[in-house]
Write a protein that binds this ligand. Sequence first.
Ligand code: HQG
Length: 186
Amino acid sequence: MAHSLVQLSKFLSLVLRHDPARIGLRLDAAGWVDVDELVEKANTAGTPLSRALVLRIVETSDKQRFALCPEQRRIRANQGHSVAVELGLSPVVPPEGLYHGTAVRFLASILATGLSPRSRQHVHLSPDLETATRVGRRHGEPVVLRVAARALHDTGQAFFCAENGVWLTSSVPARYLRVIQPGESP
Ligand code: HQG
């Protein structure tokens, strides 16, 4: 069966973020793997990948999910890992407000206990409402929370911005969250 670029991109997300061992791969401490080794092990495991396809997936990824090192020898996921990696991002001061898109069915729990990273290494935040709404829709009927990011940062909590513009932090207590009402301007 031919694999579409989207299917192959999902496969790359799976092995580079969550389960490299599935194809016998090991990420280095910062999440990088050798592209040729990735290609070889993917093929051995039955996923028809080539270096050219990897480069196309990196270039066409709508969310810039992956990064290549300058010599294009190594690849890693920009964010979204559940396996422990140290991305080496420097802490940055966030804007006043960031956004988190989620599903309505998670809202009661989030407002009671705050945002936690669940299976990932970080809570993921978006710079704008539109992006957050799209992220939320992946889980069901979307709802967007405004995160008082600067105020939380000013308590000493680190924020990071991945290469693709996704903001990352360890968790968000409920008192820094506010539900954005439909039609409300941020
Ligand atoms: C929710 C996508 C109940 C949280 C996106 C989210 C993103 C809680 C879900 C990236 C909770 C976790 C990550 C609590 C958090 N009670 N539910 N206390 N705290 N949650 O997929 O942020 O397309 O792990 O609201 O663009 O949705 O994969 O995180 O709904 O950047 O490249 O638990 O994944 O990128 O879901 O998405 P996820 P996310 P890709």
